[in-house]
Design a protein around this ligand. Sequence first.
Ligand code: PNW
Length: 438
Amino acid sequence: MFLWGTATASYQIEGAVADDGRGLSIWDTFAHEPGKVKDGHTGDMACDHYHRWSEDVMLMAALGVNSYRFSISWPRILPAGRGAVNQAGLDFYDRLVDGLCAQGIVPAATLFHWDLPQALEDEGGWLARDTASRLADYAGVVAARLADRVPIWITLNEPFVHMVFGYALGTHAPGRTLFLDALPVAHHQLLGHGLAAQALRAHGAQRVLVTNNLTPVRPASSSTGDLRAADAYDTLHNRLFNDPVLLGRYPDLSAFGVDAMPAVRDGDLAVIAQPLDGLGVNYYNPTRIRAPGEPMGLPFEDAGITGHPTTAFGWPVVPDGLRELLTGLKARYGDALPPVYVTENGCSQPDIPGPDGVIDDQDRIAFLDAHIQAVGAAMSEGVDVRGYYVWSLLDNFEWAEGYTQRFGLVHVDFPTQKRTPKASYHWLRTRITTSPTP
Ligand code: PNW
């Protein structure tokens, strides 16, 4: 059965940040620091999903999806990041999972979607090797409670984005600006993936995945300089996170003046590269890269994609990039590529109320239609794609953009928390019921 789903993440939708013994996460800290998030928005209330989860499950049931990708809030389960387990936090996900199962919706749980317990950040966050072991402990705790009903587990969401925005550029929590000194964050997250995968399996998880944010990289021209720059960017964005997991080795980082990946110890790559049941792929857009204007600094420069429409976020809409990405993965990794799950794809669009008051998000419909067709094209070219999850079910807290970017199939009026399905919700329902695969 092909999995059609929607995706969300704990800090972006749950709210209830002080309920039932939840600890603080790095996003609580970051969002409350003036100037970090647009308009001073925070996830304190978000979509109040913690209290409204059953309404949200019914929205998914009526949408007709057969799977739901959500993330578990680590500080709800382990308020201090380690040690004492908060049973009330586990109880919340237990209720959610039962609610999903009652509607025939397959739960797919992500362990780490960026909301690290603040207590672990205080001990170094992902710069500390120990955090990898803490992720594994947490994985064991949640799987012991939920793996009898949750068949699909995703260890990490987008370790690239977390490393770059969180630790290299500082635009996301924890707000560090380490540039290339952030590289250990990649290794420690990947080590955490491997250790968590072992813990999940030991507690009965059926399918273990890691989700990477991937982009097909297009050189701006066929000049040697542009080709070399594109290769360097592909190495940093895609291969740094795919190669260790799928091939058991890091790519050559010499273009970055790095002789060997830092923080790696003997045996780590064997842990990272253990068999995987699927690769989660989040796709938003391709990247066009040229040689840097300045010879110092990074070995690439973003040339920008031109000639395509853009979303409200300014991201280019290039559906064929998804086919290119998926077939490119197959070409690069061959038999080492496990089944692929598109664990996020979607776009932000401002509200356009139609005559009946329903948000008439025709651009989102066109976006989803074309990207689903691109998945179908990749499948007919031999890529084993098992699922497609729309980002997102609800308009939600879009990280540094706060509530200003709306990605939902369902409109949320934040002051009242009223949910209203958009035109794209009704369109997707028809799309899913008309044909069981992309
Ligand atoms: C993903 N980029 O983040 C995340 O997994 C979601 O939590 C997020 O809401 C969604 O995409 C939409 O942004 C990304 O700049 C953040 O390339 C930034 C980028 C890509 C993905």
